[in-house]
Design a protein around this ligand. Structure first.
Ligand code: NDP
Ligand code: HSE
Length: 393
């Protein structure tokens, strides 16, 4: 099968490495005919091409791999490729979270496949297993550590007691971070992955933004305070479904030091589901990086090459966003003197640790707490908050 790879970056080169250097039989049947680069960039390999139309009009190309990132022109190129009856495999969660339904409908109309395993959980076969679980179960909840960059930062801030910026630079050098790392550290990348995963899990086109708070303002003192409470902080995605309602949030969560989530180190991810008969099921692996991500891309290509059954996807359920489904007790580090008044009845107590003030709330919905933290940050842009994870059984 002839394929074209759009994007000569980290993941694109990983795809080339796996297909060109590995001698497994499946990879031998895949030929990379084109590698799309930007116009004006030097063509250092014979397969390099800077005109998307050359690729789209070549009828011998059966499949296009989109690993350029961003919204445009990725959105346009994916649609054009599908309309030219080419299968599309993408790792680009930003564009998929936004246009998943449109891509799926276009692929169905043109009787081709649109697959995106690498978009959530990097090298973990997460979406594959989510589809598998859904063949039998209703999925009630999904959650996880869905961002390698932020997990790497939190892990190394804890291990090395270094500040945020130092470790972020290293995550960028290692190829984990997005081109603009704000997407990682502000939780947008996780929000995109949660939209894709929750849409699949709950059979609904979840495009609406939900409460999202990242780790941009975390301080090494916060980590020391959480450690003194025997807690470990992780940036988590959570989505729950009850009847015809769903709730979702992306925010730092505090886990007991011996919880499975606390043991996830480096750029590893953990993707969890809870289904009717299977109960809790967790998947662990490399969530970012050249070869693990390319592995997931190549797995999709092989599924299409071998004409394996397409995953059953329906985005037809009309679920209502219920802002009260995700809730808990939060700890807020702030020097905003009005914090207590802002929190009103949800204020519980204050603790001092190494000269910093940590405010504990009563149980509050994520939706309301995220409104409050915006008000708190109007006067203290460096404030941080995390919710205490509670085991619900
Ligand atoms: P990179 O920035 O390393 O690579 C993207 C490449 O695409 C760059 O070479 C870029 O060129 C090129 N490109 C962008 N726009 C165009 C265009 N219009 N025409 C031609 N080439 C273009 O990103 P990654 O490889 O890291 O990521 C690719 C995608 O995979 C993203 O959507 C990302 O979110 C996703 N992903 C990445 C993972 C990772 O670990 N890196 C893991 C999972 C998913 P230029 O450099 O000139 O901009
Ligand atoms: N920047 C992303 C991360 C890449 O760190 O998880 C994988 O999606």
């Amino acid at each position: 099968m002839k394929i074209a790879v759009l994007g000569n970056g980290t993941v694109g080169n990983g795809v080339l490495d796996i297909i060109e250097q590995q001698m497994k039989p499946a990879c031998k049947d895949i030929e990379i005919a084109y590698l799309l680069i930007r116009e004006g960039k030097p063509k250092t390999k014979p397969i390099m091409c800077d005109d998307i139309n050359t690729i789209l009009q070549d009828t011998s190309v059966d499949l296009v791999v989109e690993v350029m990132g961003g919204i445009e022109p990725a959105h346009t190129y994916i649609l054009k490729a599908l309309r030219m009856k080419k299968h599309v495999v993408s790792a680009n969660k930003a564009v998929i979270a936004k246009y998943m339904k449109e891509f799926q409908e276009c692929a169905d109309e043109n009787n081709v496949c649109f697959l995106y395993e690498a978009s959530c959980g990097g090298g973990i076969p997460w979406l594959h297993n989510l589809f598998q679980a859904k063949r039998i179960d209703d999925i009630h909840e999904i959650s996880g550590i869905f961002n390698g960059t932020t997990n790497y930062i939190l892990d190394h801030m804890t291990k090395e007691q270094k500040q945020f910026d130092v470790i972020l630079r290293r995550a960028q050098e290692l190829g984990y971070a997005e081109k603009d790392p704000s997407a990682d550290i502000d939780g947008i990348d996780i929000q995109n992955k949660l939209k894709i995963s929750a849409s699949i899990a709950f059979d609904s086109d979840i495009v609406q933004d939900f409460p999202t708070f990242g780790i941009r303002t975390i301080h090494k003192n916060d980590i020391a305070y959480f450690t003194s409470l025997h807690k470990c902080v992780k940036l988590m995605a959570v989505a729950k479904k009850q009847d015809d309602r769903y709730g979702a949030a992306v925010e730092p969560l505090l886990y007991d030091a011996d919880a499975m989530e606390s043991s996830i180190s480096e750029n590893f991810n953990l993707a969890c589901l809870n289904g009717t008969t299977i109960g809790d099921c967790k998947f662990y692996g490399q969530g970012a990086g050249k070869l693990p991500t390319a592995n997931a891309v190549v797995q999709d290509i092989i599924d299409i090459l071998y004409q394996l059954p397409k995953p059953e996807i329906s985005l037809s359920k009309n679920l209502r966003h219920d802002t009260s489904l995700v809730k808990g007790v939060y700890i807020v580090r702030t020097n905003n003197k009005e914090c207590r008044q802002i929190l009103e009845d949800f204020y519980d107590r204050e603790e001092r640790f190494q000269g910093y003030s940590y405010i504990w709330t009563k149980c509050i919905s994520a939706y309301q707490m995220h409104q409050f933290i915006k008000q708190i940050m109007d006067k203290d842009a460096g404030a941080f908050m995390a919710r205490i994870h509670e085991v619900t059984k």
